[in-house]
Every structure is written in structure tokens, then in C-alpha cells.
Design a protein around this ligand. Structure first.
Ligand code: 4AD
Ligand code: MG
Length: 431
């Protein structure tokens, strides 16, 4: 008997053939001497018809007793059946209950909180299965992009001693008889590594003690970061644009079925091609006001503003040249207008907002020391970062992509917590 996955046998070539399937009971219904089992595995669902006289009294009774989510092996013949949920059905000849399940806690109409408390079981749902597959495709496409573009994969530490993105969102952890923090970004470590490898990237968790409860904040998220020697702001934007298009294309190509399960409007995604608009922050302020979002020069964008603004976009947009005051110290001031920095954020359309933050780094020692002083930061805390500007510094740029935010947008989800297997937020650290 050949063992197959459900998806492989859902076609006319398999009609009349024998197969063994292994999976879980998704639905079950008895009518007299027949039991209809909808079996699910990682790939799809299929209806199986189990007849008492074929499988015998004993097995029929056993199947009748167990509940949904029991794991089973079923073998039988494949037939076409228009009325079955996926168009085919298995006429069972034999079956084995491997791991019985009784009173599976999740049924229809459970609250969001209940489903989050039971996330370890909810990950089995068709909806989560679809999201997790899209997520896997996105992570794969990211690695493909970087490797094809000549970036070396590398890693920074997770225990660190300083802030990258400001002190207010640092998680402090006891570290023997000292204190340390969980990293907010691997950027500074990647900057050290370009002096060896020139182009580097990492995909790793970042941690933010975000007190905000928004649709887009996690306290632990997956961060894809890149850094490249000799790159200027616009070079990095070019790579990000190409990366975004490539990832969206890959999802459209490989995850049609999953996008459909999630009712994602794919027209928006099919529209994603180069070039993306590049808009200076100054122009964004006008754009915002013209579109009913009141904002003045110097205001940072909050989640609500970004959401309102990006509802007017049908493709990602790069916002560049932010005022120096609202960006971290490491951004390179524009030599033509030092009131702004050579940075960029990529905002996703449809109300999603920022998914990438990046830019060119200060590479001159005196400029960096001046910026540290202006921000009241102690250069000794950053001695190794300062060193890079003493020993063969080069212009360079980089970015950080919130991968969960990318999944959130591409899959068209309501809240970022649905985009990651085990979301961590201000209110949740379990399961
Ligand atoms: O804009 P951020 O804070 O930039 C940095 O950390 C830079 N050091 C990155 C770099 O240049 N190497 O964060 C980068 C991205 C954001 O655009 C967002 O997508 C994501 O990380 N992000 C979060 N995602 C989920 N939950 C949070 N709390 C996030 N904070 C940032
Ligand atoms: Mg940012």
C-alpha cells in the first residue's frame, strides 16, 4: 500500500487506486452503518467513507467512539465525488486509530482569547495552517533573495549591553551579577561584520518592551536585517524594492490556495511591481494633510496616522529624509541639508504601514561623536561602534524588515498576532 499525502491524490489520475493516508479527524458524522470522516493532513482535507461491513464491527465501533483530532491511518480506494468537500473520497478498506482524542477543546465560535490560550491546539486549524505556510514561503524567499544578491548570512548576539533604537523599549535581564538587555536590533553587529564580509544579513528575533497595544506590535518579533559596505541610501532602497517584489511573487506563485483560504484579495498583491514611489518626509506631511490626517512637520508617524495614510496607497512607498530629531543617532545627516537624515521607511499599502526601517549610517568619526553628544549618549557605551569609524571606515547602509509585519500584510490579516505561531505581546507570554 502506498502512503500519500492528501494533496497528491486529489486528481483524476488516482481514481480507482489504492492508497494509505495518515492524518487527523477533521470532521466526523455517522449515518447508520456508515461513518463519514473528513481527514486532514498538512496538505489538505479529504472525505473518507467507512462502512461497518467492510472494516468490521470492532473498528467501526472504535471509530464511532473517538472524537475530532484523533490521529488515524486509513487505507482504501479513491473515487470521484462532487459532493465531497474536495471533490474526491476514499472508500475505506482498513483503518487504525493511532492516538485517540476526546472532547477537543476548540469548537466553533470560541473567543479570540480562548483561541490564543489554546494556540498549541489552534495551530492545527485550516486558517493557521494557511498562514504558517505563507510565513514559511516568505522566510524561504527572504533567504533566497539575500543569497542570490551576494549577502552572507551571519548572526549577532541576543544578550547585549546597549540600545540601538532608544532606551525606552529595552528589556532588562539579570546576567549573573550584572545586567544585560535583550537585543532590539542586530544592526550594530552587522555593521562590524561588513568590514569582513561587505554584504551581510541575519534573520533573528528582536525584542521591544512595547507598551503600546496596536495591531502591529509584538514584544518579540522576527527581524531580517541587512547591511552593505559602499551602499548609499538609494542603493539599499533598490535592493529592498527588488526583495519585496520577489517575495510577493513567490507567495502568489506557491500559495494561491492558502491566500484563498484566508480570503485575501490578491489583486492588490498582483499589482506589486517596481518601481515603488519614493517620497520625502516633507511631502508626506502635505500628503497626509491633503488626505484628512492632520500632521505637522516634525511629527513622528503613529500607528493610526500610518494606517490612515497608507489606505491611499496601492503599492509600498518609501518615505525618505526624515527630520533628524525623530530618528536614532546613527543615521547619516544629509550633507545637503543636515536637518534631515538619509534614511527610509517602507510603508505597506492598504492601511498596514511601516514594515521596513533603514538608511545610510554615519561613517565619519567626528559626526558620530557629535551626534552621540547631542543625544546625551556616552561614547564609552558604544566604544566598539565608534571604533569602526577609526579603522578604515566606509560609507554603508542597511535596513531592518519586520518579517511578522510582512506576513501580516501579505496574508491580509487583521492583527499581527495571527502572523506568528506564538505571539508575545504586553499581555501575553503563554503558551
Ligand atoms: O524601525 P526599526 O526600529 O529599525 C531598526 O531596528 C533598525 N536598527 C533596523 C536596521 O536598520 N537594521 O525596526 C525595523 C522594523 C520595523 O520597520 C518593523 O517592521 C519591525 O522592525 N518592528 C516590529 N515588528 C513587530 N513588533 C514590533 N514591536 C516592532 N518594532 C519594529
Ligand atoms: Mg522604524
Amino acid at each position: 500500500m502506498v502512503i500519500k499525502h492528501v494533496q497528491e491524490i486529489l486528481n483524476d489520475d488516482w481514481i480507482g487506486k489504492d492508497v494509505e493516508l495518515r492524518g487527523w479527524i477533521y470532521r466526523k458524522r455517522r449515518t447508520g452503518k456508515l461513518i463519514f470522516v473528513v481527514l486532514r493532513d498538512s496538505t489538505d482535507i479529504v472525505q473518507c467513507v467507512v462502512e461497518k461491513k467492510v472494516v468490521g464491527n470492532e473498528k467501526f465501533k472504535e471509530l464511532d467512539k473517538v472524537g475530532v483530532e484523533s490521529s488515524i491511518k486509513i487505507s482504501g480506494i479513491i473515487a470521484k465525488e462532487e459532493r465531497a468537500p474536495t471533490g474526491y473520497e476514499i472508500h475505506a478498506k482498513n483503518l487504525e486509530i493511532v492516538g485517540p482524542s476526546f472532547n477537543f477543546p476548540i469548537s466553533k465560535d470560541k473567543s479570540d482569547e480562548f483561541l490564543l490560550d489554546n494556540r498549541h491546539l489552534w495551530v492545527r486549524s485550516r486558517e493557521m495552517n494557511a498562514i504558517l505556510k505563507i510565513r514559511s514561503t516568505i522566510f524561504g524567499a527572504l533567504h533566497d533573495f539575500f543569497r542570490e544578491k551576494g549577502y552572507y548570512e551571519t548572526q549577532g548576539p541576543m544578550f547585549v549591553t546597549g540600545a540601538v533604537e532608544g532606551g525606552s523599549t529595552l528589556f532588562e535581564v539579570p546576567y549573573f551579577n550584572r545586567k544585560a538587555y535583550l537585543t532590539q536590533s542586530s544592526q550594530f553587529y552587522l555593521e562590524t561584520l561588513i568590514f569582513s564580509l561587505e554584504k551581510v544579513y541575519t534573520v533573528a528575533p528582536s525584542f521591544r518592551a512595547e507598551k503600546s497595544r496596536t495591531r502591529r506590535h509584538l514584544t518579540e518579533y522576527w527581524h531580517a536585517e541587512a547591511e552593505a559596505a559602499w551602499y548609499h541610501n538609494s542603493d539599499m532602497i533598490d535592493d529592498e524594492e527588488e526583495m519585496t517584489v520577489q517575495i510577493v511573487q513567490k507567495v502568489l506563485q506557491d500559495r494561491k490556495k492558502e491566500l484563498k483560504i484566508l480570503n485575501r484579495d490578491t489583486k492588490m498583491l498582483e499589482n506589486i511591481e517596481k518601481p515603488f514611489e519614493r517620497m520625502k518626509y516633507e511631502k508626506l506631511v502635505d500628503f497626509a494633510n491633503e488626505h484628512g490626517v492632520s500632521m505637522k512637520y516634525g511629527d513622528d508617524l503613529g500607528a493610526d496616522e500610518e494606517s490612515a495614510i497608507t489606505k491611499n496607497f496601492d503599492k509600498p512607498v518609501f518615505i525618505t529624509h526624515y527630520p533628524i530629531e525623530i530618528k536614532p543617532f546613527y543615521h547619516r545627516p544629509d550633507p545637503e541639508n543636515p536637518k534631515v537624515v538619509l534614511c527610509h521607511d517602507m510603508l505597506a499599502p492598504e492601511g498596514y504601514g511601516e514594515v521596513i526601517g533603514g538608511g545610510e549610517r554615519i561613517y565619519k568619526l567626528d559626526v558620530l561623536l557629535k551626534r552621540l553628544e547631542e543625544e546625551n549618549l556616552n561614547p564609552e557605551d558604544y566604544y566598539w561602534y565608534v571604533d569602526l569609524r577609526k579603522y578604515g571606515s566606509v560609507p554603508h547602509a542597511g535596513f531592518g524588515l519586520g518579517v511578522d509585519r510582512l506576513v501580516w500584510w501579505i496574508a491580509g490579516l487583521e492583527h499581527i498576532k495571527y502572523a506568528i505561531p506564538y505571539p508575545r505581546t504586553i499581555r501575553r507570554v503563554k503558551p
